[in-house]
Design a protein around this ligand. Structure first.
Ligand code: 5GP
Ligand code: MN
Length: 335
């Protein structure tokens, strides 16, 4: 954790600031960057928020969404903004390669980089200042603390609170993981700001399209493989399945959690076929570290109980590789 004082000093007068977050940003990535956007603008800075790619439709209700610039759609404009930035925030990721296709622009930037994140194993030397805590539930929790220290919790308004609550709620799986008493105190404060919890939950969790709901049903009946001997199950999705159900960004959000709801199961994966590679998402319960699993076998990482990675094998070969790995983890998965 860096000392807050030099950052306070740095932000004392108006700066050109660019906020960045990871590829296919989730609720925590969007919530933390939009909350910070509102805060820094109110402090008189010139602020832009750039996401590497588009993100799920259910996040577009967040206040300030219309200000987000998507790198892959506006590369020239974004490169200019990044090159001109005096301060660049790195939110909810800890290595430039998690921000593809924006990674080169970020690496080239000479701005002072401020990292706020809760993922394991940050890249050495990335960020001049790092507010990094793997015990934090979410980057939104860290942004709440950051704003409170730079200024005071009083300046957090309803717009910022809506963004922060959304990120905390989604990254904790609706208050299931990484909970601590202090987090509930933060949430209590956010509720006091007048946020509409009913509306947020409806926007985030109850805005499925018919295609998305039928896609979920299809995956559970046709695409789930279950290995009770290893307390493990996974869902795989073929490229043509995405087309069949008219896939929209965000439609596979939450899918990986279903196999983990089988009684006694500890390890779940979602294996999806994309254009040129296969993407894997991992979830676990208890001590089995999917961060290590993803690092060791699938060139990825994340958290102990939620991680992801990539494979350049075909979908079928990736599935075989995954199944072949299970026996070496039998003890951890069954003891
Ligand atoms: P998700 O399964 O929701 O895409 O990702 C779960 C967690 O794993 C997130 O915290 C994310 O940062 C991390 N993660 C997902 N994919 C990758 C990857 O390819 N590389 C790394 N290092 N982390 C990943
Ligand atoms: Mn996060």
């Amino acid at each position: 954790m860096s000392d807050i004082e030099p950052v306070k000093l740095l932000l004392q007068n108006s700066k050109r600031i660019v906020l960045t977050t990871h590829t296919r940003p989730d609720g925590d990535a969007m919530g933390s960057s939009l909350a910070l956007l509102h805060f820094l603008k109110e402090q008189g800075h010139d602020v832009s928020l750039i996401t590497p790619t588009n993100y799920a439709v259910f996040l577009h209700f967040l206040p300030g969404d219309h200000e987000v610039i998507i790198y892959e759609n506006h590369q020239k404009r974004c490169n200019k903004l990044v090159a001109a930035a005096e301060v660049l925030f790195v939110l909810d990721y800890n290595s430039p390669k998690r921000a593809k296709p924006m990674d080169r622009a970020i690496q080239k930037s000479t701005a002072t980089k401020i990292l706020i994140d809760h993922h394991l194993d940050p890249e050495e030397g990335f960020g001049d200042y790092a507010f990094w805590n793997v015990k934090a539930s979410s980057t939104c929790e860290l942004v709440y603390e950051f704003i409170s220290q730079i200024s005071s919790p009083e300046v957090i308004n309803k717009k910022m609170a809506t963004c922060l609550y959304t990120g905390i709620c989604t990254d904790t799986g609706r208050f299931k993981f990484n909970i601590n008493p202090k987090l509930y105190e933060i949430v209590a404060d956010l509720v006091r700001k007048g946020i509409n919890i009913d509306k947020i939950h409806t926007q985030v969790f109850d805005t499925f399209s018919e295609d998305k709901l039928r896609f979920l049903g299809f995956c559970l009946t046709e695409r789930m493989m279950v290995f009770p001997e290893y307390n493990t199950a996974f869902i795989y999705v073929k490229e043509r399945d995405f087309r069949r159900f008219n896939y929209q960004e965000g439609d596979k959000e939450g899918l990986v959690n279903y196999p983990l709801s089988l009684a006694g199961f500890r390890f779940a994966a979602l294996i999806t076929e994309n254009d040129e590679m296969v993407k894997l998402s991992f979830r676990s319960k208890g001590n089995f570290s999917v961060n290590e699993f993803a690092r060791k076998h699938f060139n990825g990482g994340g958290h102990k109980n939620a991680s992801g990675g990539l494979s350049h094998l075909s979908l079928d070969d990736t599935i075989d590789k995954f199944i072949d790995l299970l026996p070496q983890y039998e003890k951890e998965l069954t003891n």
